[in-house]
Design a protein around this ligand. Structure first.
Ligand code: ASP
Length: 753
C-alpha cells in the first residue's frame, strides 16, 4: 500500500471516534508520545519520565511481574513487595499445614529471619523496552533456512546484542499478530520470601460467591520481600542474601480517593483480543465458553464436595479449586457482558462498514478484500477441532490430577531407550519415583480422582466428535455408556493408582519391566488420551490457528488503514502496560447503580458466622465495632475497603499498583466486576470497572489487625494535608479547586517529607 493512497483514502472518511479501538493498555515507553497530554487533561500531575525512564529511576522500576502471571509492586527501600492474596495463594498454601494453617489463620513474619523462602518463585523488573520490529522483520533468510529457524536466529542475534555482557534476560514478543516486535530487557530476582498474609477470611473474603463481583469487601493482598546478594544483584536463595534496595518504590497515599479522581494501573495484563472477528466472537460466546464452563462446573462439583470432607483436603485442593473456579466464573461473566452489550451484532456491523469501505477502493479491495471471507471459512473448518481442543484442554486443566501425573511417566517411558543410551535412565526413574510417592502416599485422593475421571471424561467424550476419540476407547464396544465401568476397572488394576508394585519396576527399569508398565491400564488410558489430542486434534487445529493468525495480522493492519483517525493500542500479551481512567462507579443494569466504594459496614452486613465464605475473624469484628481504624479511616469513622475505576485491566493485572495523579499508591488491583470481564474482547465505558483494594484497608490489616507495624515503618506514607489552598489562600480542611492543584502538589510534597 502506497502512503499516498492511504492519506487520500483517510481524508475521504469521516470516521466516528473509537469505532474499532476502545480504551487501552499502553506500552509505558510510548506514553510520552501517545497518551501523556490526554492523561494530563484527566488530572495526572507527574511527568512522563516519572512513569517510564531508561536513564533515571521511574515507576516502572517498582513494578514487577510476579512469577510470570500476576503483578506486584515495591513499597519500601528494603524490597518489600505487595501483590494479591490470590497471587501468593499457592506459596501461602505450600507453607500451610494442619498445625500451622497460614491459609486459614494468616501469617506474619516478625523479622527478616522469619520470612519464608519459596522454591521457584521469581519476580521480573523491566530494565528497558525497545522496538525491534525492523530488526525482526528485516533481512532475508539464508538458503534453505525455514521461517522458524529464521525467527530463532533473529531472536538470538537481537537478544545477544541487548544483553551485551550483563546478567539481564531478554524477551522478544510479537504485537498485533506479528506486525510489531518489542524486546524487553529483564532483571529477574529469584529469592522472594513470604512476609505476611491475612487469613483467607480477609484475603479471600466472599470466596467464589463474591469473586468477579461488585460490591466487594475482600482484603486481597499478601506481602513478600525481594532478596539480593550483597551487591544488590539477583541471586538464588541463600541465608547470606540481604533485602533488595530498589531503584524506586511507591509512596503510599493515606488521602483516599473520590469519584472522578485520576487513576492509573501499571502492570502485566495477560491477554486481550480487541480485533476478534464476529466469527471468533460467535465461536467464543456460543461454543468455547459454554464447553469450558460445563467442564469446570463438573470439576467444581467434585472439588468442592471433597474439600468439605476435612481440613487436610481443604488445604490440599485450595489452590487447585481457586484456579478452576476463577476462570469458570470469569467466562460466565464474559458471556453475560458480551450478550448484554450486543457484542456480536456490533462486530457484524463493524465488519459491514469495513467491507463497504474496502469495496469503495480498488487497491484496498485487492489487498484486503478476501480477509474476512477467508477468516469465516477457516473458523467454520476449525469448528470440530476447536470443540475437541476445548474439551481436551479442560480435561487437562480442570480434570483429574492423575492424568498429568501419569503422563509424566509416559513421556519418559516412551523414550526410555534414548535415556538409557545417554546414561540418564536411572536419574529419570528417580524423578518418577518422587512423582509416584507424592501421589500414592495420599490415598485419600483416589476417590476424588475416580470421581473426576468419571464425570469429566464422559462429558468430554459425549461432546467431542468420535473421529477424535482415543484409540483405547474406540477399541471397546459401547464405551460411551460403559464409561463408569471402564474407569472403575482402571482404578482397580492400574499400579499407578492402587498399589506399590510400580516402585519395583522403577527401581529396576529393564526392558521387560518397562513393557509391563506400558500395558498398565492407567498408562494406556492416559497415553491414548494424549495420543488422540496430539495426533488427531492438534496438527490441524494448530495449522488452522497459524493460518488465522496470519490473516489476523493483515486484518488488524487493515483496520488501522480503514479507520485511520483512531488511536490504537497493542493487545495485551503479558508485557508491561499502563492503563488509565478515573475512580467511578457504574450502572451495569437497568435501574441499578453501583457506588465507587465499599466500607467496613458492608463486611458486617455480609458476615455469616462459621460460614465457609463469609465468616469474619473475631479481631476484625471487634475493630470494626469499635471503629478502631487509626490513621487509616476516612473522616472519623469510615474504613474504605475497595473501590472501582474505569481502568482497562485483565488477568495478570492482579496485584498491580493502582496509582493516583501524584504517582502514589492508592490500592492494589485485584479483579473486575462480573459485567466487565467482556473487556478482554470489547471495552464498554458503561460497564467495565476494575476492582481495587483500598491501600488504607491493606495497611489497617497489617497494622491494626496483624500488629505488624514494623512493616508500616518501612513504608513512606503520605498523609492527608492538614490544610488546602483556595484562591491562593490557605484554608483548613477545604476541598482543593482543580486550578490550584499544582500549588497543592508542591505543598503536599513538602508536608510528606
Ligand atoms: N482477577 C483477575 C486475575 O486473577 C484480574 C482481572 O482479570 O481483572 O488476574
Amino acid at each position: 500500500m502506497k502512503l499516498k493512497t492511504i492519506s487520500i483514502f483517510a481524508a475521504l472518511f469521516i470516521v466516528a471516534p473509537n469505532f474499532f479501538a476502545t480504551k487501552g493498555m499502553w506500552l509505558p515507553n510510548l506514553i510520552k508520545a501517545l497518551n501523556y497530554s490526554d492523561m494530563q487533561s484527566k488530572g495526572l500531575m507527574i511527568s512522563a519520565e516519572e512513569i517510564y525512564s531508561v536513564n533515571n529511576s521511574s515507576m516502572k522500576d517498582a513494578v514487577a511481574h510476579f512469577n510470570g502471571g500476576c503483578t506486584s509492586e515495591v513499597v519500601s527501600n528494603k524490597g518489600l513487595l505487595f501483590t494479591n492474596h490470590h497471587c501468593g495463594y499457592s506459596q501461602i498454601a505450600n507453607h500451610s499445614t494442619v498445625e500451622k494453617n497460614y491459609l486459614r489463620d494468616g501469617f506474619w513474619a516478625k523479622n527478616f529471619g522469619e520470612e519464608l523462602a519459596n522454591e521457584s518463585l521469581y519476580v521480573d523488573f523491566i530494565v528497558r523496552i525497545e522496538d525491534v520490529t525492523s530488526k525482526m522483520l528485516g533481512g532475508s533468510k539464508a538458503e534453505g533456512e525455514s521461517e522458524d529457524d529464521f525467527v530463532k536466529r533473529k531472536t538470538a542475534e537481537i537478544t545477544k546484542e541487548l544483553i551485551n555482557g550483563t546478567d539481564y534476560m531478554v524477551k522478544i514478543k510479537p504485537f498485533n499478530y506479528g506486525n510489531k516486535y518489542f524486546a524487553f530487557v529483564i532483571e529477574r530476582f529469584t529469592d522472594i520470601r513470604l512476609v505476611g498474609a491475612p487469613p483467607s477470611a480477609i484475603g479471600k473474603f466472599g470466596f467464589d460467591t463474591d469473586n468477579w463481583v461488585w460490591p466487594r469487601h475482600t482484603g486481597d493482598f499478601s506481602v513478600f520481600r525481594i532478596y539480593s546478594n550483597k551487591d544488590n544483584k539477583p541471586a538464588d536463595y541463600s541465608s547470606e542474601n540481604i533485602p533488595y534496595t530498589p531503584k524506586h518504590y511507591f509512596p503510599i497515599s493515606l488521602k483516599g480517593v473520590k469519584e472522578g479522581d485520576f487513576s492509573m494501573v501499571y502492570g502485566f495484563p495477560g491477554r486481550t483480543q480487541q480485533f476478534l472477528t464476529s466469527y471468533a466472537v460467535d465461536q467464543k460466546m456460543n461454543k468455547t465458553n459454554p464447553a469450558r464452563i460445563d467442564m469446570r462446573e463438573k470439576s467444581l462439583e467434585v472439588i468442592n464436595s471433597t474439600m468439605k470432607q476435612s481440613e487436610e483436603l481443604r488445604i490440599r485442593y485450595a489452590s487447585y479449586q481457586s484456579g478452576v473456579s476463577n476462570a469458570w466464573k470469569k467466562w460466565k461473566g464474559e458471556n453475560f457482558g458480551l450478550e448484554k452489550e450486543n457484542a456480536l451484532a456490533k462486530k457484524i456491523e463493524k465488519e459491514r462498514i469495513y467491507t463497504e469501505r474496502i469495496n469503495e477502493n480498488e487497491e484496498l479491495k485487492k489487498q484486503f478484500g478476501l480477509l474476512l471471507p477467508s477468516l469465516k471459512t477457516l473458523y467454520k473448518e476449525n469448528e470440530s477441532y476447536q470443540k475437541a481442543f476445548d474439551y481436551y484442554i479442560e480435561m487437562i486443566y480442570s480434570g483429574p490430577k492423575s492424568l498429568r501425573y501419569i503422563n509424566n511417566f509416559v513421556s519418559v517411558i516412551e523414550n526410555a531407550e534414548k535415556y538409557r543410551l545417554a546414561g540418564s535412565l536411572y536419574a529419570e526413574m528417580e524423578k518418577l519415583k518422587k512423582n509416584y510417592q507424592d501421589f500414592i502416599d495420599y490415598p485419600a485422593q483416589l476417590e476424588f480422582e475416580k470421581r473426576m475421571w468419571k464425570s469429566l471424561y464422559s462429558t468430554a467424550m459425549n461432546h467431542v466428535g468420535k473421529e477424535f476419540h482415543p484409540d483405547n476407547l474406540l477399541a471397546q464396544s459401547n464405551y460411551l455408556t460403559n464409561m463408569d465401568k471402564i474407569i472403575d476397572d482402571m482404578f482397580e488394576k492400574s499400579m499407578f493408582l492402587s498399589d506399590k508394585k510400580l516402585l519395583n519396576y522403577l527401581n529396576n527399569p529393564t526392558e521387560k519391566n518397562l513393557k509391563k508398565i506400558k500395558k498398565d491400564k492407567g498408562y494406556t488410558m492416559v497415553k491414548s488420551f494424549y495420543d488422540a489430542l496430539r495426533g488427531k486434534v492438534i496438527p490441524t487445529y494448530y495449522s488452522n490457528e497459524d493460518k488465522i493468525t496470519e490473516l489476523m495480522k493483515e486484518y488488524s493492519k487493515s483496520i488501522q488503514i480503514v479507520f485511520p483517525t483512531e488511536k490504537y493500542w497493542y493487545d495485551a500479551n503479558s508485557t508491561l502496560r499502563v492503563s488509565f481512567g478515573q475512580i467511578e462507579g457504574s450502572a451495569p443494569r437497568d435501574g441499578m447503580r453501583y457506588t465507587h466504594k465499599t466500607t467496613a459496614e458492608g463486611i458486617m452486613a455480609k458476615y455469616i458466622p462459621n460460614n465457609d465464605e463469609f465468616d469474619v475473624p473475631e479481631k476484625l469484628i471487634s475493630l470494626i465495632n469499635n471503629k478502631d481504624y487509626g490513621r487509616y479511616s476516612e473522616g472519623d469513622s469510615i474504613l474504605v475497603i475497595c473501590f472501582t475505576g474505569s481502568n482497562h485491566t485483565t488477568g495478570g493485572n492482579s496485584g498491580s499498583p493502582v496509582i493516583n495523579a501524584n504517582g502514589e499508591l492508592i490500592g492494589i488491583n485485584f479483579d473486575r466486576s462480573w459485567e466487565s470481564t467482556m473487556s478482554d474482547v470489547m471495552f464498554s465505558e458503561k460497564l467495565c470497572r476494575n476492582i481495587t483494594v483500598d491501600i488504607r484497608y491493606v495497611l489497617f490489616v497489617i497494622d491494626k489487625y496483624a500488629g505488624a507495624s514494623h512493616l508500616i515503618e518501612e513504608m513512606k506514607l503520605v498523609e492527608t494535608p492538614k490544610f488546602t489552598i483556595k484562591k491562593d489562600k490557605i484554608v483548613g480542611g477545604i476541598e482543593l479547586p482543580i486550578q490550584n492543584s499544582g500549588v497543592l502538589k508542591s505543598l503536599e510534597k513538602q508536608m510528606s517529607k
